[in-house]
Design a protein around this ligand. Structure first.
Ligand code: TYM
Length: 333
């Protein structure tokens, strides 16, 4: 059976980008396609300046949201990374397989370390080794597929390289995974800066729609989206009109249709924005409602996570033990 693993880090509230690029697909399709695990990867949230209380709050919020979106604990495994020791155990062994140079080449490391330096914060060593921990997340479960948005491609490629290298040096131990992408919305752009990805930690959040935003807030953000001053109607052109293209992509992702064709139906940006806003609000409405119910029953979510961690540990343990033996460590006692 196909093994599927993916994760989301609690560095901020869940965004529309997370939802469309990954989480929606996990719930609608991936959980039913094989043996699937989805994790709130909280260890990854400690790689940049963080507030412990906020990370804890966000871990719980995102876990409850995963259930609200439709991940079904009877069908798949939902858990929090730090509650399963195998991730950190395997990460160390993989650090002994990876090189300093390949870590420094990672695009996200280069971007985030530059940001950390510019803001006067030191660069945490864990920011450099982050992709190795991500590889451990995936390899521990023998995942065949990793459903992610566009921005994670390089990290999954690195995971493949590490798996192949380890297998060659120490014997067949890991499954070599591959990334899978959503058909639409693999890269949702910021509404205020449509040439940048919509991200959880973007400084000004006017361009970021959060899954739990009130409908009025969603409408305001969409209506204020940056477009351009182009004339001659609405046109789908990612290069020349990235803001409009992003809105058309969003409409297609939320309500269906092809962005190029949808463009023809609009005479003005205002009308397009109005429809995008309504489509996003309607898509998120059931998620917000279900989240409100789950938030009122924290015990239920805790129980799901506890059981999820137990299941995940049982699945990861044999592979991590095998990797320890293969690399020359004594067997687990
Ligand atoms: P994270 O938490 O940044 O994002 C979670 C998922 O959402 C996707 N995503 C987007 N998709 C489209 N448009 C966007 N604007 C957008 N923003 C985010 C991401 O591609 C991702 O699929 N390193 C990972 C977390 C991770 C992980 C893993 C993922 C840790 N270990 C193992 C898969 C497997 C990350 O930072 O995701």
């Amino acid at each position: 059976m196909t093994r599927i693993f993916s994760g989301i880090k609690p560095t901020g509230h869940m965004t529309l980008g997370n939802y469309l690029g990954a989480v929606r697909q996990w719930a609608a399709v991936d959980q039913y396609r094989g043996e699937a695990l989805f994790s709130v990867v909280d260890l990854h949230a400690l790689t940049v300046e963080h507030d412990p209380a906020r990370v804890l709050r966000l871990s719980r919020e995102i876990a409850a949201l995963l259930l609200a979106v439709g991940l079904d604990p009877a069908v798949c495994t939902v858990f929090v990374q730090s509650q399963v020791d195998e991730h950190a155990r395997l990460s160390y062994v993989l650090e002994c397989t990876a090189s300093d140079g390949e870590m420094r080449r990672m695009i996200q490391y280069r971007e985030k370390s530059a940001q950390a330096q510019a803001s006067g914060d030191g660069v945490r060593l864990s920011l450099l080794t982050y992709p190795v921990l991500m590889a451990a997340d995936i390899l521990a479960y023998g995942a065949d597929e990793v459903p992610v948005g566009d921005d994670q491609t390089q990290h999954v490629e690195l995971t493949r390289d590490l798996a192949v290298r380890f297998n060659q040096r120490y014997g067949e131990t890991f499954v070599v995974p591959r990334a899978t992408k959503p058909v639409v919305a693999a890269r949702v752009m910021d509404l205020q800066e449509p040439t940048s990805k919509m991200g959880k930690t973007t400084a000004g959040t006017g361009g970021v729609v959060f899954v739990l935003d009130e409908p009025g807030v969603v409408r305001k953000k969409v209506m204020r989206a940056v477009t351009d001053s182009g004339s001659g109607g609405v046109e789908y052109d990612r290069e020349k009109r990235p803001g409009v293209a992003n809105l058309l992509d969003l409409l297609a992702a939320c309500a269906g249709g092809e962005p190029e064709e949808l463009a023809g139906a609009y005479a003005s940006y205002g009308a397009l924005k109005k429809d995008v806003a309504e489509a996003v609000v309607e898509m998120l409405r059931p998620v917000r409602e279900r989240y409100a119910e789950l938030a009122a029953d924290a015990g239920h979510v805790e129980g799901v996570l506890r059981e999820g961690a137990e299941r995940a540990r049982a699945m990861a343990r044999p592979t991590v033990d095998a990797a320890y033996r293969a690399i020359g460590l004594l067997p687990a006692v």
